[in-house]
Design a protein around this ligand. Structure first.
Ligand SMILES: [Fe+2]
Ligand SMILES: [Fe+2]
Length: 214
């Protein structure tokens, strides 16, 4: 089959389509089954439920950012194999997004009202770091995924022990984020300067503190 080169307009339309797909609720069909699908829900009290929902809302907001970052990078990636690698990661992140959303609804709450804001901000960061070149955009991804793994480890410590459903989703996400980071490193990621890493941590803190509640 003949493959057509994507024009900048094609890429823009694909990005807009992904943005709508990401912030729409429900997120839509996933490529893989939800790892919590066969787990029976525990009898959580109101406080445990609210805490788990808050953490899963933060994780969902993180996945909105992941969609935007990977799409932002892919939109400006120079190397076709790197673009394809980012697209594959974005597909897995989409499953994470939908699994988190499903769990939030099961816990009786809703996703962050600020999803469009998380998406827009992250897409811009993704595109800007992508414009600096693939080595830097891969460095940005490797560092993001590393920080996300640390953050998911904290959530595994903080989630109610009885909430096996949320835990199964977070555990699978954590394994896959680690793999995304390793693949970015193998593809030639540059190490980001300390101040950039700190700024990323600060930005993530604002997002996680806000999305827990809103
Ligand atoms: Fe993810
Ligand atoms: Fe990831």
């Amino acid at each position: 089959m003949e493959t057509r080169q994507l024009t900048p307009l094609d890429r823009l339309l694909a990005s807009a389509n992904n943005a709508l797909r990401t912030v729409a609720s429900p997120a839509g069909k996933t490529a893989r089954a939800n790892p919590a699908a066969h787990i029976i829900d525990a009898d959580l009290d109101a406080r445990q439920k609210a805490h788990a929902a808050g953490l899963m809302r933060v994780n969902h907001a993180g996945e909105v950012c992941a969609q935007a970052l990977y799409q932002g990078h892919a939109a400006v990636a120079r190397d076709k194999s790197i673009e394809a690698q980012m697209q594959r990661a974005a597909d897995e992140e989409f499953d994470h997004l939908a699994w988190c959303e499903e769990r939030i609804h099961e816990l009786g709450e809703d996703v962050s009202k600020l999803s469009p804001l998380w998406y827009a901000g992250s897409f811009a960061i993704g595109a800007v770091s992508g414009i600096l070149g693939d080595r830097w955009s891969l460095g940005f991804i490797a560092e993001t995924e590393k920080q996300v793994c640390e953050h998911l480890d904290n959530h595994l410590d903080s989630l109610p022990v009885a909430d096996a459903k949320s835990r199964a989703i977070v555990e699978q996400m954590r394994d896959e984020e680690e793999e995304h980071g390793e693949k970015a490193a193998q593809a030639g990621a540059a190490e980001l300067p300390g101040p950039v890493r700190q700024l990323m941590q600060l930005t993530a803190k604002v997002m996680t503190k806000t999305a827990y509640y809103v």
